[in-house]
Design a binder for this molecule. Structure first.
Ligand SMILES: [Zn+2]
Length: 102
């Protein structure tokens, strides 16, 4: 048995929806999200780094706009970000590191 993260009701191990509050239940959503998020951030920075799209994606809207207006700091800033993401030193708006599980 496991518990609903929304209302705390006991739900079946294989249940996809909480029968009490109707919230969707997923198995290990966190590690999956972090893994995908890193990959998406890498791809966004590689293809659209000069537009700061990867910063918008992780919630850093303020610096994303600056990056968009400066063309990724003439490309240099985007390259630094790309290296930071690859090495796992890039963080989202809440300060959580965006890392690969690979
Ligand atoms: Zn519930």
């Amino acid at each position: 048995m496991k518990f609903c993260p929304n209302c705390g009701a006991q739900v079946d191990e294989n249940a996809v929806v909480c029968v009490k509050c109707g919230v969707a239940l997923r198995n290990q959503p966190q590690s999956l999200n972090v893994d995908n998020r890193w990959l998406v951030t890498v791809l966004l920075c590689f293809f659209l780094g000069a537009l700061g799209i990867h910063r918008f994606y992780v919630g850093k809207t303020g610096t994303g706009i600056v990056q968009l207006l400066t063309g990724g700091g003439c490309g240099v800033w985007a390259i630094i970000d790309f290296i930071m993401i690859l090495t796992g030193n890039f963080t989202d708006a809440e300060g959580n590191p965006i890392k690969s599980n690979m």
